[in-house]
Design a protein around this ligand. Structure first.
Ligand code: NAI
Length: 396
């Protein structure tokens, strides 16, 4: 129970897919009664089975007792196949995690609003739609807030809390306090395309693809460099294969379009071809790597100078993106760093990394890229420029 006494309030989740079922489990594990509603009965059945499996695994690993697992399961109510949202009555917060479609979400919010009390917070787990756009369907848009979990929600600690221009600050604080009480790490993000992580992480993939397209290095060599020299847990191509090249391409496209076709985010033709040829990654057994039985893994060229060149270029682009996010109020420097370490496991915060390398050195690397390519894609962030000039750091 937290000081605000909200911990045991009833929580609603609409949509029992990958995200909704994970979020429901997190809330139930934190002691809430949770009601999960999905329009499709088979999704509910799948979610119920998935939950039982996940809890059994926790017990097996000694992460929770059998009694605790049974208690979590008991706190969850699953309702599927019905069009009735009246089960959300009495909820302190309803989190929507249905299909990523504005019309569907707006219509769901309109209907949820009819069933809940005025104090109920309405949260959306959207990744790419605007919270303001979803809230505009509601009679009380002030209580609509973005609560963006990462996949898998039971494992990844980060949650981006997104206040739209229409959101009451009290709703942002209440949503944040509630999610904090679930043991998650929350950061505040503005209602801008990709929020923090899906925007700032673009160059990790995009610049690696660009290096591949320029034939500077192979997939295996870029992955090797980013892991062995950069310290990233996974290489960009391994990670794209894991996420799914279709999913990664869709995120890139959505951020590119939502940010007015800024060349910095331009989707890669190579990535598009991967999608067109159904080389989606692990899920189709073929992506940048071949996952079929017996397939050989290509060897990297382990040339340290080449590796450093790759890492320096990708990391400079990432820091540049992070600096821009701070300048344009997407989030504070500390929240940007927290988001990238807790949401996508970066070895260190990008802006702390900038301080370590030296802001003026990062700025010089960006300037060199821009000079070399004469493309707007490589324009240095104006914040980096002024900080370099004034000798400032991101963190004290
Ligand atoms: P999913 O496809 O696994 O699940 C969506 C569920 O919603 C399905 O069970 C479907 O039956 C149900 N549904 C669809 N329309 C409905 C409606 N009108 N009423 C009730 N139920 C409905 O999707 P996933 O991946 O769980 O994504 C859900 C949301 O979370 C999306 O907004 C997505 O952008 C967002 N998100 C997804 C992440 C991911 O990595 N998959 C990460 C963070 C956010």
């Amino acid at each position: 129970m937290t000081a605000n006494g909200m911990t045991r309030a009833k929580i609603g989740v609409l949509g029992a897919g990958a995200m909704g079922s994970g979020i429901a489990q997190v809330a139930a594990a934190a002691g809430h009664d949770v009601v999960v509603v999905d329009a499709h009965a088979p999704s509910i059945e799948k979610a119920r089975q998935g939950l039982a499996k996940s809890l059994a695994k926790d017990v097996e690993k000694g992460k929770r007792t059998a009694a605790d697992a049974a208690a979590v399961e008991k706190r969850l109510a699953f309702l599927g196949g019905a069009d009735d949202l009246s089960a959300f009555a009495g909820c302190a917060m309803v989190i929507e995690a249905i299909v990523e479609d504005l019309d569907a979400k707006q219509s769901a919010f309109r209907r949820i609003e009819h069933e809940v009390a005025a104090e109920c917070i309405l949260a959306t787990n959207t990744s790419s739609l605007s919270v303001a756009g979803i809230a505009s369907a509601c009679a009380y848009p002030g209580r609509v807030v973005g609560v963006h979990f990462f996949n898998p929600a039971t494992v990844l600690p980060l949650v981006e809390i997104v206040g739209a221009i229409t959101t009451d600050t009290a709703a942002v604080s209440a949503a944040r306090a509630l999610v904090d009480s679930w043991g998650k790490t929350t950061v505040l993000a503005s209602d801008t395309p990709g929020f923090i992580v899906n925007r700032v992480a673009r160059p990790f993939y995009g610049e690696s693809l660009r290096i591949l397209e320029e034939q500077i290095a192979s997939v295996a060599t870029i992955d090797w460099a980013m892991k062995e020299i950069g310290g990233f847990r996974m290489g960009p191509f391994e990670l794209m294969d894991l996420i799914g090249n279709d999913v990664n391409y869709a995120v890139t496209k959505s951020v590119f379009e939502a940010l007015g076709h800024d060349p910095r985010y331009r989707p890669s033709v190579t990535q598009r071809r991967m999608v067109e040829s159904n080389r989606l990654g692990r899920k189709t057994q073929m992506g940048y790597y071949d996952y079929r039985d017996g397939a050989a893994k290509p060897a990297p060229v382990t040339d340290r100078a080449l590796g450093e060149r790759i890492v320096n270029r990708v990391v400079a682009m990432l820091i540049n993106e992070a600096a821009d996010a701070v300048q344009f109020g997407v989030a504070s420097a500390s929240d940007v760093d927290l988001a990238m370490t807790k949401g996508v496991n970066y070895p260190k915060g990008l802006l702390a990394w900038a301080d370590e390398i030296g802001v003026s050195e990062v700025f010089a690397r960006m300037q060199a890229l821009q000079e070399e390519y004469a493309e707007d894609r490589y324009r240095p962030s104006a914040l980096l420029r002024s900080m370099a000039r004034e000798g400032r750091r991101f963190h004290a």
